[in-house]
Write a protein that binds this ligand. Structure first.
Ligand SMILES: Nc1ncnc2c1ncn2[C@@H]1O[C@H](COP(=O)(O)OP(=O)(O)OP(=O)(O)O)[C@@H](O)[C@H]1O
Length: 235
């Protein structure tokens, strides 16, 4: 497939534990195409975050190969990996990870400061990202003045402002109520459809699963199912 942007081949991940090792992922072979809206699903401890971390170049495989945007993750220097994350990969976490002393605007702008972009271009990009998530009126607010759902929308804007090719969302609805969960999922669905960004989720939330176009089930660090899903609802 030409549009493949992530290829995982016989990937295994072991963590040192005590005098031995714990195997968190075993022989994972998967690929993702441009514009997918896919999720890693499975119980706690099944290896979802470990796999997202490798795709996001935050960690490296113990065996096998992970190729992301044409680059082998294990062969990137720390600087090259940081560069790839800064330009091409957005992250969304369950705890939002916003900087409390900065405004909404500054939290989103932060993602662009490592890039060589003029202040004027930054302003345009930040306001566009805030518009995507419906928060232009909150640009001067601090995170403590926002609801959980609004904080997660700021995190989505921050992940999207650099126009990444891939967004990795680790349990993004874990701290949200049902209404806010649907709202942020619809926002991500819209960004996926309109901008062609590839989204990969880690989740065990049924609400997230309703939106996934592809569901990859993990159990004990292994892929046990990989299914394209007919969407039953878009709430
Ligand atoms: N740095 C580490 N050192 C040792 N073991 C680890 C490390 N990171 C993860 N693990 C173990 O690997 C397994 C998979 O963890 P991972 O966080 O990937 O699971 P998960 O499916 O994302 O779980 P959850 O849904 O609870 O976030 C777990 O048993 C975990 O304890």
């Amino acid at each position: 497939m030409d549009n493949q942007i992530i290829q995982l081949e016989h990937l295994t991940k072991r963590f040192p534990v005590g005098n031995g090792f714990f195997t968190a992922l075993t022989d994972i072979t998967l690929s993702f195409g441009k514009g997918e809206f896919a999720g890693l699903v499975g119980p706690s401890g099944s290896g979802k975050t470990t796999l997202l971390n490798i795709i996001g170049s935050l960690d490296v495989p113990s065996e096998g190969k992970a190729t992301v945007l044409g680059r082998s993750i294990a062969e990137l220097s720390q600087k090259q990996a940081a560069n790839m994350r800064n330009h091409h990969i957005g992250f969304i976490f369950q705890t939002y990870n916003l900087l409390p002393v900065y405004t909404v605007y500054e939290n989103v702008e932060f993602a662009l400061l490592l890039q060589n972009i003029s202040a004027e271009e930054r302003r345009k990009a930040v306001m566009q990202a805030l518009e995507w998530v419906g928060l232009t009126d909150k640009e001067k607010s601090k995170p403590s003045m926002l609801s959980g759902g609004e904080c997660q929308r700021v995190a989505i804007a921050r992940s999207m402002v650099k126009r990444p090719k891939i967004v990795l969302a680790d349990e993004p609805t874990a701290n949200l109520d049902s209404k806010n969960s649907h709202h942020i999922l619809q926002t991500m669905q819209k960004l996926n459809e309109e901008l062609g960004v590839t989204f990969i989720f880690s989740t065990h939330d049924e609400k997230v699963m309703q939106y996934l176009k592809r569901q990859i089930s993990l159990a004990d660090g292994k892929v046990v199912a990989d299914e394209q899903v007919e969407l039953v609802s878009s709430q």
